[in-house]
Design a protein around this ligand. Sequence first.
Ligand code: NAP
Length: 251
Amino acid sequence: MKIGLLGVGHLAEYLVRGARGVDFVLGPRSADKAARLAATYGCAVADSNQAVVDQCEMVLVCLPAADGLAILQGLRFRAGQSVCSVMAGARIDALRAAVAPAAAFCSMMPGFANAFSAGPSLIYPGDAAWEQFLARLGPVHRFDKVDAFETAAVFGAMSGASIFLLRHLARWYEGQGLDAVTARRLVAETFRGNAEVLLQADAGLDDIVRGVTTPGGITEQLVATLEARGALAAWDSAMNTVLARMSPERG
Ligand SMILES: NC(=O)c1ccc[n+]([C@@H]2O[C@H](COP(=O)([O-])OP(=O)(O)OC[C@H]3O[C@@H](n4cnc5c(N)ncnc54)[C@H](OP(=O)(O)O)[C@@H]3O)[C@@H](O)[C@H]2O)c1
């Protein structure tokens, strides 16, 4: 599998790390990073963005969300090519227009977790070749309806924000005197364990919540304090603001 990468920044590096066995052709900008990825993972580096497009049937777009579409509009694509954008907020119709006559697909993923092949990816619409690529980076969720894809794609922000939450909690333990390694592991292991509960337990979410909440106990106390400060409800309004950016007519 050979894939051209436009935009060799943070996400591109995570994907190159995670998708072993793929022949990546990198754009030349961010020359230091491209050279390092070439040396470490055997990627090729093309002379220009257009040279990436000319050499590859499949092109993955990891450009800045703000001007990625304009950059694509300046490139020539051909029929039979397949372009997948991971740019937050880039919508399928605008992407199709920018890369015509190539086929266009939208994806979203957490990023860093994909370097460990542990991050879920979304794809809209479904495509066997892109799904095969994304499967190297973690579980793949295919969407047939654009509204559902754009709703699910809010998880790109949810994922990043969850890292802030994990850091915040680790810092609390450190502030109370725990060493940094123990604090980090404790937080990570707790969330990983609870993620396994959601993935493996047959019980519904409400039953799981009941099972871990002793009446009058410390979970009840912590959640009541958070809810009194609107901490959980704040996630709804924050997620709504991101959805409004992804899908303005629904925001
Ligand atoms: N980071 C994540 O975990 C993550 C996860 C999911 C989706 N995304 C999406 O992935 C995209 C990239 O995010 P990122 O965090 O990787 O950003 P980033 O680190 O800033 O990477 C963007 C890269 O694109 C390069 N670039 C800018 N203009 C270019 C051009 N005209 N031609 C070729 N390359 C150009 C930048 O080079 P310079 O530095 O020289 O400007 C930079 O290396 C965004 O659209 C974001 O929404 C990111």
